[in-house]
Design a protein around this ligand. Structure first.
Ligand code: AMP
Ligand code: ZN
Length: 135
């Protein structure tokens, strides 16, 4: 038996509030929603994170998110949504089975995202060079 909680949901060993399923992808309600209608979109096959996921499945996850988003948004009366993926423990990934979060957003819901700040002078050029030479 796997100790991956999402594999166990797919296997039917743990209950979930499923809203969508096809041959490769499942979407169900997050058990601790940021807002009502917060859905997780996951591949049925176990891959730990986005970089381990085959390209075609990564595309499928986004296709499914796009397909179900209007129903979620209309269903819960949201005004928009965030589509996020926490990749790696340091980024807040608690479940090691890759998943998209589709989070409905409501006006003045208080769920502000991170605040950014401009690069100090010259720093953007340094950073872009560091990244470009890795590509
Ligand atoms: P992350 O921090 O990106 O790995 O997100 C994991 C998400 O899985 C969290 O938002 C949890 O609330 C959610 N979660 C954990 N266990 C379950 C479960 N049994 N059913 C539904 N969602 C779950
Ligand atoms: Zn898994």
């Amino acid at each position: 038996m796997t100790d991956c909680i999402f594999c166990r949901i797919i296997a039917g060993e743990i209950p979930s509030d499923k809203i969508y399923e096809d041959d490769e992808v499942v979407a169900f309600l997050d058990i601790a929603p940021v807002n009502p209608g917060h859905v997780l979109v996951i591949p049925k096959a176990h891959y730990p994170d986005l970089l381990a996921l085959p390209e075609q499945l990564a595309v499928q996850l986004v296709i499914v998110a796009r397909k179900i988003a209007p129903a979620i948004i209309t269903g819960v009366g949201a005004a928009g949504f965030n589509l996020t993926l926490n990749n790696g423990v340091v980024a807040g990934q608690a479940v090691g089975h890759v998943h998209l979060h589709l989070i409905p957003r409501f006006k003045d819901d208080g769920r502000e995202l991170w605040s950014g700040q401009p690069y100090p002078a010259g720093e953007a050029a340094v950073v872009v060079e560091k990244i470009r030479k890795q590509l």
